[in-house]
Write a protein that binds this ligand. Structure first.
Ligand SMILES: CC(C)(COP(=O)(O)OP(=O)(O)OC[C@H]1O[C@@H](n2cnc3c(N)ncnc32)[C@H](O)[C@@H]1OP(=O)(O)O)[C@@H](O)C(=O)NCCC(=O)NCCS
Length: 185
């Protein structure tokens, strides 16, 4: 891909950089949405260990992807997906984050396209993503063609947080349409 970043499968050695982007994006995106003491308590070493476990657990549709800067800035985005935690033959994108300075340059779209490609390659033609309802980044998923499917209230670090599910019912069609305009992956 020619662009600001290349999307590829994560390697174990990427975990510290994924953790850096994870902590940075959470602290930038979630003040006033997620409890502040949770954001303060996030640490890169702990997130590194969690991402190492996810990368080690990669199999089948369970995948961790990174976007690596083409300008030598290392990992600038990441996402992971797998079979949906709550149901059937559906895929789920569990996380998708792009570092602040790199947002708005098509990297989120590229990561989402590759995550959908992975799910579709494992016979999952439908996908869902749960997003905190108060997060304006959820409109990104509407821009990506997701349809609002459901809402729920989930306990998180001593609070109840409202979440919205977005859904895609035909990943094959979505991928074909995006490859036609060259923006899918
Ligand atoms: C949301 C996020 C993943 C999007 O990635 P990105 O690289 O910034 O997005 P892209 O540049 O690929 O944008 C693709 C399209 O979506 C649109 N878009 C991006 N963010 C949007 C938003 N918040 N609201 C509406 N549209 C948005 C872009 O304008 C672009 O539209 P175009 O096709 O007309 O050009 C990224 O901004 C991010 O990580 N944000 C902060 C953390 C976060 O909240 N992540 C989501 C957790 S669920």
């Amino acid at each position: 891909m020619s662009g600001p970043a290349t999307v590829r499968a994560a390697r174990l050695a990427d975990a510290p950089e994924i953790a850096r982007v994870h902590v940075e994006t959470w602290r930038a995106a979630y003040p006033g949405i997620v409890p502040e003491d949770y954001l303060v308590s996030l640490t890169e070493p702990r997130q590194t260990a969690l991402w190492e476990a996810s990368i080690r657990g990669t199999r089948g549709a369970d995948t961790v992807l990174v976007a690596e800067s083409a300008e030598g800035a290392g990992i600038v985005g990441f996402g992971n997906c797998g079979r949906a935690r709550h149901g059937g033959a559906m895929g789920e994108v569990f996380t998708l984050y792009v570092a602040g300075d790199w947002q708005g340059r098509g990297i989120g779209r590229s990561l989402l396209g590759r995550l959908f490609h992975t799910l579709h390659g494992h016979d999952l033609n439908e996908a869902t993503i749960w997003v905190l309802s108060a997060n304006p980044a959820r409109f990104f998923y509407e821009a990506m063609g997701g349809k609002r499917l459901a809402e729920r209230r989930e306990p998180f670090s001593g609070m109840l947080l409202d979440e919205t599910a977005y859904g895609w019912s035909d990943l094959g069609g979505w991928l074909a349409a995006r490859s036609d305009d060259g923006r899918g992956q």
